[in-house]
Design a protein around this ligand. Structure first.
Ligand code: GRF
Length: 207
């Protein structure tokens, strides 16, 4: 069974969607550790309710380099083979990305390559989408490489933007899709059904 580590900075609703899908047997994997760069993150509490070990290295206390070093050591010590960024805001170091090449995934609340990259996080993503006037936004699960939101795309889910949507209402609508998309991607990885060829991710048929 795949050993999964989840990194969170906040509420952890995406983490919850993974916990639910593992609980109901949809994902054949195990979340062995949840780590945060924010000590009060609610995601940590969610994990603790399941008896999952949690760690936090607060951004107010540790430098980005130190956070990365400590997280990498934990992941290695615990023999984690898949790292899921579920609303994790710190930048990953080149060492981390190198050690976990094609083994780190992220969920982003837009259809990449729109409204992504440096500075596009949280509500800002949706503010920009509304301001631009797009009729469709959505969410993306992708592999993490050295860039920001630039790795090969695994899955995307479109969401219609109505004339009356505000950044907050759009965020809410997209989050619901995220809770389906992220578990779907993790399930595919646990089943060994993803193949990366250049920028493309191929999904193998179920056997
Ligand atoms: C989600 O919108 C995710 O796409 C983004 O950060 C947010 C995290 O939400 N990367 P939650 O903490 O999982 O509720």
């Amino acid at each position: 069974m795949l050993k999964i580590g989840v990194l969170v900075s906040g509420n952890g609703s995406n983490l919850q969607s993974l916990l639910d899908n593992i609980d109901n047997g949809n994902i054949d994997g195990e979340i062995c550790v949840v780590i945060s760069d924010k000590s009060g993150a609610y995601g940590l509490e969610r994990a603790q309710k399941y008896g999952i070990p949690t760690f936090s290295f607060d951004r107010n206390k540790y430098s980005n380099g130190e956070i990365n070093k400590r997280i990498l050591k934990l992941l290695k010590d615990m023999d984690i083979s898949l790292v899921v960024l579920a609303g994790f805001l710190s930048i990953l170091s080149p060492e981390m990305i190198n050690e976990y090449k094609n083994a780190i995934i992220n969920i982003h609340p837009s259809l990449i390559p729109s409204f992504c990259g440096p500075g596009f996080y949280g509500i800002k993503v949706h503010e920009n989408a509304i301001k631009y006037g797009v009729k469709v936004s959505g969410c993306t699960v992708h592999y993490v490489d050295e860039g920001t939101d630039t790795g090969p795309i695994i899955l995307q889910s479109p969401v219609e933007v109505s004339d009356y949507d505000t950044p907050e209402s759009l965020q809410k609508k997209i989050l619901k899709h995220e809770h389906i998309l992220l578990p779907k991607a993790v399930k595919l990885i646990c089943e060994g059904r993803l193949r990366i060829v250049g920028r493309k991710v191929y999904i193998d048929e179920e056997v």
